[in-house]
Write a protein that binds this ligand. Structure first.
Ligand SMILES: *Cc1c(COP(=O)(O)O)cnc(C)c1O
Length: 426
């Protein structure tokens, strides 16, 4: 990127050479507000709208035969979508399946891969991760008769916002059976060094899995090359699958002989599923981690959305994401210098995911003032405003405009008219 220039003309010049700019018009809401919350719920695209309609049409047209007929036969859809997703995580098509949700898939994978022994029974996680992941790990430990106070190790943070990989590695002790970490921390946006953590875990004989909720669709992964044992993620953030869209999971080929911890009839090898035998023959691939009937209407938008990622290319998406988040951080430093913001997101390109975390004591009220000005951020307690440039639909001019709105809000103390109470979902 050429040297930073705080003028709006510079933003326009970046947009003119942005190779992804043509995707923006496919997302209707990006035309009427500045949407910087794609890290929480990505926007609807025309193509996702059409693919959802297509699945409804097949239901209308075929009834039950929709399972096997038409261009998008429902029975094959979880695997087909998994294959579309595989390049985004660096896996073979049969190592990925679209099923469940982030939290359900975490339960499934821990049920499968947590094999405690009296010597090795602890699960290693971190102190900054998303609460749902911790609740899932605690409940999995209780189900196996362990006390999470003893058996769940949460690596502390030195600064309350980021983790030091050395601290995580130090905690990979001989009594640890399983490690579950996020790829990108949901508040600060720090990216953890997955290759290094994975290599060390494997040297020490510990299984390691990652929650890719905040990296799937915004940066490349090389799960297979890195040697990651398993991973899981949601598809409604950067992947634009819609509210509650079905999640994804990855299991390394070397584990295909495992039995799913939580089995159901959709765990079956497809050719024998309808034999209705009481002896499960699990699918010989990631498909065995499906449980019951796939949620077709909640995966249908992905049929339209995922091809956009293939067209754009995940490397180009990452490049724009890094350039846009760098530009946003530069704007904040230049234009908001006297307004008391600090950045919690690592400045180093190699250490951050897709969003930028601004810290300010009035974060709640500032978020409300931004929304009133049609700039959509999100808030994470106690003091963080998250802003995500979504590479497919956020322009550089959007970022310039958003920071200008923020400057006006601060200059005129506009946020003071809003209460400090938190909305239930912000
Ligand atoms: C968004 C997110 C989740 C959400 O879990 P669901 O089961 O999809 O509700 C879980 N973990 C992390 C790290 C997230 O960012």
């Amino acid at each position: 990127m050429s040297t930073f220039d705080p003028s709006p003309q510079f933003a326009d010049s970046l947009d003119r050479i942005d190779p992804l700019s043509h995707f923006r018009s496919e997302f209707p809401l990006s035309q009427s507000c500045i949407y910087l919350d794609g890290n929480s719920l990505g926007l609807l695209s025309h193509r996702a709208d059409e693919s959802l309609q297509a699945i409804l049409d097949s239901w209308r047209q075929y009834g039950v035969d929709g399972w096997s007929e038409g261009p998008n036969a429902w029975f094959d859809l979880p695997g087909k979508l998994g294959a579309l997703m595989a390049p985004l995580v660096g896996a073979d098509p049969d190592e990925v399946i679209v099923t469940g949700s982030t939290t359900v898939n975490l339960h499934q994978l821990v049920s499968t891969f947590y094999h405690p022994t009296p010597q090795r029974y602890k699960i290693l996680a971190d102190s900054l991760t998303f609460p749902s992941d911790i609740y899932a790990l605690q409940s999995q430990l209780r189900l196996r008769g362990y006390d999470p106070e003893d058996a769940l190790v949460q690596v502390p943070s030195r600064d309350g916002m980021t983790l030091d990989e050395d601290d995580i590695i130090q905690a990979m002790a001989e009594d640890v059976a399983l490690i579950v970490l996020p790829s990108v921390l949901y508040v600060s946006g720090q990216w953890l060094d997955m290759p290094r953590l994975t290599a060390t875990a494997r040297e020490r004989g510990i299984l390691i899995g990652f929650d890719l909720a905040h990296s799937a669709g915004v940066m490349p992964h090389h799960l297979q090359d890195w040697g990651v044992d398993f991973a899981f993620w949601c598809t409604y953030k950067y992947l634009n699958g819609g509210p509650g869209s079905v999640g994804g999971l990855y299991v390394a080929r070397r584990h295909f002989s495992e039995q799913p911890g939580l089995a159901g009839w959709f765990s079956s090898e497809k050719s024998v599923q309808f034999d209705m035998s009481h002896t499960l023959v699990p699918a010989p691939d990631a498909g065995e981690y499906q449980i019951g009937t796939p949620h077709l209407l909640s995966m249908a938008p992905l049929l339209g959305s995922l091809p956009m990622f293939a067209e754009a290319g995940i490397e180009a998406i990452r490049q724009k994401s890094l350039q846009a988040s760098r530009y946003l951080m530069d704007l904040v430093s230049w234009r908001l210098a006297e307004h008391g913001f600090s950045l919690a997101t690592p400045a180093d390109d190699a250490k951050r995911g897709g969003h930028v975390a601004l810290v300010h004591p009035e974060a709640v009220r500032i978020c409300k003032a931004l929304k009133a000005r049609r700039v959509i951020p999100d808030y994470r307690p106690p003091q963080v405003i998250r802003l995500a440039p979504a590479p497919l639909y956020t322009s550089y001019r959007d970022l310039w405009n958003a920071v200008e709105q923020l400057r006006l809000i601060m200059e005129h103390r506009e946020y003071e008219q809003y209460p400090r109470t938190r909305e239930v979902i912000a």
